[in-house]
Design a protein around this ligand. Sequence first.
Ligand SMILES: Cc1ncc(COP(=O)(O)O)c(C=O)c1O
Length: 408
Amino acid sequence: MKNIPIMKPYFDHEEAEEAAAALASGWVAQGPRVAEFEKMVAAHEGIAFGVATTNCTTALHLCMVASGFGPGTDVIVPSYTFVATPNSVEYTGATAILTDVDPHTFNIDPIALEELLAEKYELRDGQTFNRASGNRLAGIVPVNLFGLCADIPAINAIAARYGLKVIEDSACAFGAKIGDIHEGGFGNPSALSFHPRKSITTGEGGMVLTNDPDFAEHVRRLRSHAASLSEIQRHQAKGYLLPEYNEIGFNYRMTDIQGAVGIAQMRKIDFITRRRAELAARYDRLLPEAVPFLDIPFVPEGYTHIYQTYACMVSLEKTGRGSVEEGNQFRNALMDRLEQNGIATRQGTHATHTLGYYREKYGYRNADLPFSYACDRLSIALPLYVELSESDQDYVIEQLATLSKDLL
Ligand SMILES: Cc1ncc(COP(=O)(O)O)c(C=O)c1O
């Protein structure tokens, strides 16, 4: 029986060799290999500074702290995202305010954002306040979901009018572009993930990208207990130097063993991106005829999608389903059948307003953010990874067509 996973990281002998060299060097905590990995990743995106972290959630948290988000502030986040996005806001004591997405791109909808701002907020002396709670609105966190940039220029324009900071959640979007500008290149800090479901991996790992030297320095300090001196400065000093700790910091450092793996991964990033794009293009070509009830990922003109996830939507119209709930039953039955036939699929991600913590704390109902809810219940992510063979991809497509026949 086939066993086709949703994702498989791509390694060769280089990752093991680089990791072994890090171990042999005796320097295994954050050190020169992390610094080199940071330079490689930032250069790939055309950004001045990269600050590696333990994962993207901690990278986001550092960006939030460095942006001054905290108690008494609101931060707007799309509901349709991994729960780490709003969680990283709530870690700071700020309130995550959820907004809806555009179901074609799965990304924050600038029109819904404008409506939310008009309905809930008012501008006073260049600052924006929540009419009900009195909280100051401090920022927006657009998510470049599944490898496609959100409409960052539109969001930046709205943020400028309301005096808000923007932090991009680019967990899934390493390499994603609008025109020639990569995620993180639009004047906002951006946070990447190197979890194994992402294009390149360091096991766990993340990175803050920014063109602002002061922001980079602040995030670097916060990552390491907010110590006024880095480990390298202390090791290079004659005698010993004691750092000062002037604010609350964290230990969010990546190890040099992970940095070593990241360096080896970065040497193959172009190959990985190209192969994944070829497989996505093959799905784009073959799915509409073989499986017409699935809407394939939409890519706006001028955008480069890197397909961290190949997420389709079950079409209510083409499956003849009258409601999201009925479409959801169809999708789940199909996913179960695929699993039984050796094919792993997943829903794209979740509508965080439907998850226990956010539902209970803020009293959301499913219908409050209807497009996020529909994306949660109707999306289906298909297997995509470098070593997925074309014959296995054909098998996925055939099984989608065959196993759905009597469900339609
Ligand atoms: C949109 C989004 N944000 C944040 C994260 C968190 O990334 P990490 O697992 O590296 O903390 C993920 C992980 O999948 C994600 O998809």
